[in-house]
Design a protein around this ligand. Structure first.
Ligand code: HPA
Length: 656
């Protein structure tokens, strides 16, 4: 099953095709929330980082990326290579129109001159030249970014049969160096100003230049059932049955029908809507909806697979709808092979397109494949595998790994396990864990027990949520947090705060350790952050965000303690700031610097919580460590000595 155009990232040689950075699925996921649970379970998110579709631990399929060896990025090359035919030379394209050595014999053999002979959109060129064509009878010849020779004629000027004959003439001429992928008949009808193309388009494809696995299967009496464009792509060679369909949905229905009927042989299908309807038109919503259609059809199809059946899901090239180009893109294509061979390692397979044809041939004939390609059931586990991408590989600018539904799920668990939410929660930063000693009757949960909550690994961050009492006031305490430098994205950094808000917490005290930029600050001093200069999570326009953190109406939320108000610069970390950065931040009128807090403040503000931020100055910024001493340990030591002050301040804030 070929999802036409569904690429998974630029090939190493993409720059030569003008496609650097192309990534059809990956880029689409940055813009659209892809909901593809079935493809995800098979391992789609293990092939390429996809926002909202993280890798799964145990993909249901052998999941991998296949490279195209042929020189090209068109449908024909892609499909031919899947079937073992690698073309060294790209099909010719004619951005400036066809040369005389092509057009002269064409004119002679059809007995007419031609119009156009340029790159054009099909609808525009009939609008432009249709009337002239009707007056002169000359066919309109045009091309596109693809390797195509297209002929448009009005059905009342050139009868359909005659147009098809013109195409056959062109097909006969377009060989050798001019062997274009397809000659296409483009009949149209209607009056000038209102021309419409008819359904009688016909493609005259180049015959495969040597044998493919389809020929070898057909020779051995194995049925080759071509659905959609397959027959045309192979100019009928090796295809024993042809089935035309009108849409991806119809295509999938037909596949299911054939499986239900227990049809034997190779069912080879191309889902063209991705390319034709959405990819070339840069229609992101359409593309995503099309993926969803496939995702929803999959369980039904998988159910129909018997023990002797195999499913190979792949693509033929990319057509990144997020780039300005509406052309194909030189990309890896996905591979999902079902059932997953038991010996396959837990890693992403790296292969080439012909691996699909070779695998199908081996499976259907029992013979060793004589053309190129590796058999997926008989792979060397030492060879051709890459670890699944980790969370660190995600694009930092997008961050929606977890969202509302995850926060709701987590909040429900807190409600069920711990009862109703206290009004106030405190997040403890580095070194402040001792704070919990002043909280009585504490009970709680490990972060690991709260669905979707991120678990970090920074020393001193215990990863437990407590509820307890501080002088008769109920309190929720978060012992530690995760940081962006641990690889968590914004949504994960914010999930705990969003969960607390949904649970019912109304006031939040955020604590952290920081470096002092202002030389007037003492080490060990606790300050109140009034503004956050967020250099951690740039806004979509790339500028840093300056967030006010005091509650707008102090009477409605937390009172403001009598400590010095400061501006806090949030850095991505984990490295400490350089001397030049210290100077620059001073010039920006910042007072302290740290590596947390910004995301939490954003989430708390968005959820309508009152929020106060207390920072312990653990060191002069830029010099966190004594020579050779571990910086983080020093930060923890100093901030732990400030715990009594933090207690006093929070008590004051709580009015106890
Ligand atoms: N820089 C950044 N983060 C910090 C520092 C610092 O100096 N001290 C504690 N957290």
């Amino acid at each position: 099953m070929v999802l036409d155009g569904v690429g998974v990232g630029a090939q190493p040689d993409a720059a030569a095709y003008g496609d650097e950075g192309a990534n059809t699925l990956g880029n689409l996921a940055r813009y659209i929330d892809l909901e593809l649970p079935n493809l995800q379970a098979l391992g789609l998110g293990n092939l390429v980082p996809l926002r909202g579709l993280p890798p799964v631990k145990r993909p249901g399929a052998l999941a991998g990326r296949l490279r195209e060896l042929s020189a090209g990025k068109d449908t024909t090359n892609g499909h031919w290579e899947h079937m073992g035919l690698v073309s060294a030379a790209a099909f010719p394209t004619y951005p400036d129109g066809f040369p005389e050595e092509v057009l002269r014999p064409f004119r002679e053999r059809i007995g007419r001159d031609v119009l156009g002979n340029k790159t054009a959109s099909g609808t525009e060129i009939i609008r432009e030249l249709g009337e002239q064509h009707m007056a002169t009878g000359r066919p309109i010849v045009y091309t596109s970014a693809d390797s195509v020779f297209q002929i448009a004629c009005h059905v009342e000027v050139v009868p359909l049969e005659e147009l098809y004959r013109y195409c056959e003439v062109a097909r006969g001429i377009l060989t050798g160096p001019h062997a274009v992928g397809r000659v296409i008949a483009r009949p149209f009808t209607g009056e000038p100003g209102a021309f419409v193309r008819t359904k009688d388009r016909q493609d005259f494809s180049l015959e495969p230049t040597s044998a493919t696995y389809l020929d070898l299967l057909a020779e051995r009496g194995v049925p080759v059932i071509g659905i959609g464009k397959i027959h045309q792509i192979f100019a009928g060679q090796g295809v024993t049955e042809e089935h035309k369909v009108a849409s991806n949905a119809e295509n999938l229905d037909l596949v299911a029908r054939f499986l239900r009927q227990g049809r034997e042989g190779l069912i080879f299908t191309n889902l063209v809507d991705f390319d034709m309807l959405w990819g070339h038109r840069n229609d992101l919503e359409g593309f995503a909806a099309g993926l969803r259609t496939v995702d929803q059809a999959l369980p039904g199809i998988l159910d129909l697979l018997g023990p002797a059946d195999r499913l190979l899901l792949t693509a033929d090239h990319g057509v990144d709808p997020t780039t300005v180009s509406t052309d194909h893109s030189r990309e890896y294509v996905p591979l999902l092979y079902i059932p997953r061979p038991p010996a396959a390692p837990a890693a992403a397979y790296c292969g080439t397109m012909a691996d699909t044809g070779a695998t199908a041939f081996r499976h259907l004939t029992g013979e060793w494949p004589p053309l190129t390609g590796r058999v997926l059931d008989e792979l060397n586990p030492e060879d051709g595998w890459k670890p699944y991408p980790t969370v660190f590989a995600y694009l930092p600018a997008v961050s929606c790994r977890v969202g509302d539904s995850e926060a709701r799920e987590a909040a429900n668990v807190l409600g069920r396990r711990l009862g109703s939410a206290p009004e106030t929660a405190v997040i403890l930063g580095s070194g402040l864990d001792l704070y919990v000693e002043g909280v009585k009757e504490a009970r709680g949960l490990a972060y690991a027990e709260i669905p979707h909550w991120p678990e970090g690994s920074v020393m001193g961050h215990r990863g437990r949520l407590l509820v307890g009492r501080r002088q008769e006031v109920d309190l929720c305490v978060l012992r530690g947090r995760v940081h962006s430098y641990e690889g968590f994205d914004l949504s994960e950094l914010q999930l705990p705060v969003r969960t607390l808000a949904l649970w019912g917490v109304r006031r939040l005290v955020v604590t952290n350790a920081c470096g002092g930029l202002d030389p007037g600050l003492r080490v060990g001093e606790v300050v109140r952050v009034e503004l956050v200069l967020d250099l951690q999570t740039p806004e979509s326009d790339g500028r840093p965000a300056c967030l006010p953190v005091s509650p707008a109406d102090p009477s409605a939320g937390l009172p403001t303690p009598d400590t010095r108000p400061v501006t806090y610069v949030a850095l991505p970390g984990p490295q400490y700031e350089t001397a030049a950065e210290v100077r620059a931040f001073r010039a920006l009128e910042a007072d302290v610097v740290g590596m947390s807090t910004a995301a939490e403040v954003r989430a708390a503000t968005a959820a309508g919580l009152s929020v106060i931020v207390l920072s312990v100055v653990t060191n002069p910024a830029g010099q966190p460590a004594k020579t050779g001493a571990p910086a983080h340990q020093e930060v923890m030591d100093v901030s732990s000595r400030a715990v009594p002050f933090v207690h006093r301040l929070v008590d004051y804030l709580l009015g106890v």
